[in-house]
Design a protein around this ligand. Sequence first.
Ligand code: THU
Length: 130
Amino acid sequence: MAHDLFEAARDAMAKAHAPYSKFPVGAAIRADDGKIYTGANIENLSFPQGWCAEPTAIGCMIMGGGKTIREIAVIAEKLALCPPCGGCRQKIREFASADTRIYLCDEAGVQKTLTMEELLPFSFETDILG
Ligand code: THU
């Protein structure tokens, strides 16, 4: 059920380190192992060194033993249906499968569901790199 993932993303957002943008974001992944992995954006005084909520959650998933993103919920308190940025779309794509679902949320819950193909059509793919 997606509501538990929404709640996990909302709880993660409360841990954001976003003193510069003041734009907290939370993400929660349900991985192939059935576990939920969460993340928030973590900014830096040297602005380009900060990173988004999604890679925090992906890092937690990988280190926790998850391999594939089954579902991912994203929430930003200041922007309903906050879409993952371009870089995050490629990062999610790395660990997605054809049936991965991306949930965009507002303060009440999941409001929009996207497939990976809808989120990142014509994504970078090649056999040359292995
Ligand atoms: N942000 C995310 O965490 N995820 C996104 O997909 C969009 C942007 C963060 C990065 C930065 O800390 C803040 O939102 C403002 O851009």
